[in-house]
Design a protein around this ligand. Structure first.
Ligand code: SF4
Length: 489
């Protein structure tokens, strides 16, 4: 009988009591009864069950006939998918989950691999994880979850496992070399002075010579490192993670990777992603758009991206591959000066490859600048000297106009954007949200990588993108529906 307490007429009935740990039960509940019918672990089970792991490139996809049995890659893959769906990425934490988490026990049949086995599996199957991520995109296409008409491309910086302290730059090495040089000079000067002067406390010449030798050795190392960087054509090196780069990120400069993603507009699913170490997005439009096109079946596709992707060469390459890009231009207006006529006042004639100015005079091709990828046109000095509107055109002897090699592609882009001004708001709503979900809902820790170098970062990102897409499809279809579709193949 629970002890009752009375307070001003209110009766307290005590607390809700759980079972004693030693309580035995006539029919103990099975693990299956403890995991609800619509729990996401059932999606993981159905998805992995439908995969051909050998075809995707997993090691030991076939059970061995000799020696100690290994863990089935399907079980370890399920464990990692569970981990990335629940912000548990480290192999040690996954090992703990195997021993205490009923959902993981259900998923793995109470198997409890040690952390080293778990970590080795992720390390050795990097490319296979990327293939699993693609297999889910193929399932989404088959399930008609992808529109295949418009794709938003965006890039985001993900911090690498290495910290900024591991970065060596050419500039820092040059500064260090100068600093060491100055210290060596200081020591030599003190030796000279001690030779000339009679000091009360003579300096320890042996100790000074040893210090100079050490500084010279350090300077030689610094100079060798600088020379090596120069020979490799690199401006920086991250010690222990040479493929990572110091980049500008949303949180200041950090050692990071630049992850590119292509998001299909129908349901916001990521159809392609790639981890790069490029500091900017400027060269990423064409490869990302073409890979997204391939993932969506190879048909014509509209692509929307921000001004960081503005690149005339890549605009043309996209157009030639039936990709229609919508990208704001990121270039300085080509005019002679703030107060002078802009290039829009000059008409280009492709047949004669020349411009006609507001006064009706011809600006002919004068020079080709391969470095800046442009052609330079000039009016005749005598035309400009006699021109009544010269003061509004140029302060120089004659007017020059620069034309980018891909100017026509820039002009077509400008027209496209003017006809579809809504594209930029669509880009924002489509492309930015998935990265926030990956960083905060899937990976945690702002998406900082645990594994090193491009191979490690690609493994982690494949798992993170797959987990994010799984979450999205569960939200769209519901767990039971998704499990049924996965089981139907
Ligand atoms: S200054 Fe020269 S280029 Fe400019 S409008 Fe006059 S003639 Fe044409």
């Amino acid at each position: 009988m629970p002890r009752r307490r009375f307070l001003r007429g209110i009766v307290f009935m005590g607390y809700v009591k759980g079972e004693s740990p030693g309580q035995s039960s006539l029919f103990p509940p099975s693990l299956d009864e403890l995991v609800p019918e619509d729990h996401p672990v059932r999606v993981i089970e159905a998805f992995v069950g439908a995969l051909d792991l050998g075809e995707l490139g997993f090691e030991r996809a076939e059970a061995g006939v000799m020696g100690r049995p290994a863990y089935d890659p399907a079980d370890l893959l399920k464990l990692y998918l569970y981990g990335y769906l629940n912000r548990v990425r480290s192999s040690r934490r996954l090992e703990r989950e195997c021993r205490r988490n009923v959902e993981v026990m259900w998923l793995l049949g109470k198997l409890a691999p040690d952390f080293k086995t778990i970590a080795d599996f992720r390390r050795r199957n990097s490319q296979a994880f990327v293939q699993v991520c693609r297999a889910f995109v193929r399932f989404c296409a088959k399930a008609q979850l992808l529109g295949g008409e418009l794709v938003a491309i965006d890039g985001s910086k993900f911090e690498a496992a290495s910290s900024k302290r591991a970065v060596v730059t050419r500039r820092a090495l040059a500064e260090e070399s100068r600093r060491l040089e100055a210290r060596i000079a200081q020591y030599l000067k003190s030796l000279d002075e001690s030779d000339r002067e009679e000091r009360e406390e003579p300096i320890n010449r042996q100790a000074v010579a040893a210090a100079i030798d050490e500084l010279r050795a350090r300077k030689a190392d610094t100079d060798t490192a600088a020379q090596l960087l120069e020979e490799l054509g690199d401006t920086q090196h991250v010690s222990g993670e040479p493929q990572a780069r110091l980049m500008r990120t949303a949180h200041g400069k950090a050692v990071a990777y630049n992850v590119q993603s292509a998001v299909d507009a129908k349901h916001g699913l990521i159809v392609h992603h790639e981890v790069t170490n490029a500091g900017t997005d400027n060269a990423q439009l064409e490869p990302t758009a073409k890979a997204a096109q391939e993932a969506l079946g190879g048909g014509p596709l509209s692509i929307v991206a921000d001004a960081g992707y503005s690149n005339g060469t890549q605009f043309e390459a996209c157009e030639q591959a039936s990709l229609t890009p919508f990208v704001p231009l990121n270039r300085a207006p080509l005019h002679a000066g703030g107060a002078y006529f802009g290039t829009a006042r000059f008409r280009y004639d492709a047949s004669s490859d020349a411009y006609r100015c507001p006064a009706g005079k011809i600006l002919a091709l004068k020079q080709v600048n391969r470095g800046a990828m442009c052609r330079i046109y000039a009016a005749r000095a005598e035309d400009c000297a006699a021109c009544p509107i010269k003061s509004g055109c140029t302060g120089a002897k004659q007017r020059y106009i620069q034309r980018h090699w891909h100017e026509a592609a820039f002009e077509r882009m400008q027209k496209r954007l003017a006809l579809a001004p809504e594209m930029m708001s669509r880009r924002r709503s489509l492309a930015e949200h998935p990265f926030a979900q990956i960083k905060y809902d899937v990976m945690g820790d702002r998406g900082r990588m645990l594994l090193r170098n491009l191979r490690g970062a690609r493994t982690e990102m494949a798992l993170a993108v797959l987990a994010r897409n799984l979450k999205r499809v569960i939200a769209i279809l519901g767990t039971r529906n998704l499990v049924e579709r996965l089981a139907a193949g």
